[in-house]
Design a binder for this molecule. Sequence first.
Ligand SMILES: N[C@@H](CCC(=O)N[C@@H](CS)C(=O)NCC(=O)O)C(=O)O
Length: 204
Amino acid sequence: MKLYYFPSPNPQKVRFAINELGLECESVAVDLLKREQRSPEFLALNPYGRVPVLVDGELTLWESHAILAYLGEKTGRLWPTSPAGRADALRWLFFLTSAISPPASEVVFNRIAVKLSGGTPDEAAIARGEKLLPEPLRIVDQHLAERKWMLGNDFSLADCDYGPTFNVLDKAGFSFGDFSHVRAYLEAIRSRRAWQETPKLPGL
Ligand SMILES: N[C@@H](CCC(=O)N[C@@H](CS)C(=O)NCC(=O)O)C(=O)O
């Protein structure tokens, strides 16, 4: 397998999952700061011009959540086997991508990515993100009050999804003070070797 990678949250989800699963996978660097995601070669892999992209034999797959589900289905590990269990996993993946990632991106993009590229942060976008985040985070916090990991007592690929997003939100200065279970969950993610071995940008 080949993973087109930059050390930002969406590709990190997939590298974290690959490390947890112990799979062989070559990383191909795509430097977002140099706009390599807009090169014709990369757009031929993903016309949307975003990382991650996973290539596995004949399959070229983009969208981190589809890749996580694929890895779960392919390996049969860290992924539920019953229809209800798989639907539960997909529910949490969709919830992250629809309810948490959009406001989180407003905060993270403006506090981290814009600064890395030398631009000016959009303070209104940061305020918008910070206002929208508490509602979905409260739901996850209550969920984690009753279980260690997103799908229960066992770590799963759904945790590979949530961990990198919470990590970068924290690094962007978002306070998890009102969400003590999310805070403890983030520390549990950070203590995992597979996460420690997932490449990150300096200081993130
Ligand atoms: N929905 C996509 C989002 C992918 C995404 O936005 N990736 C970012 C890096 S975390 C990217 O490639 N950004 C480059 C750009 O916006 O030009 C996924 O989950 O894979």
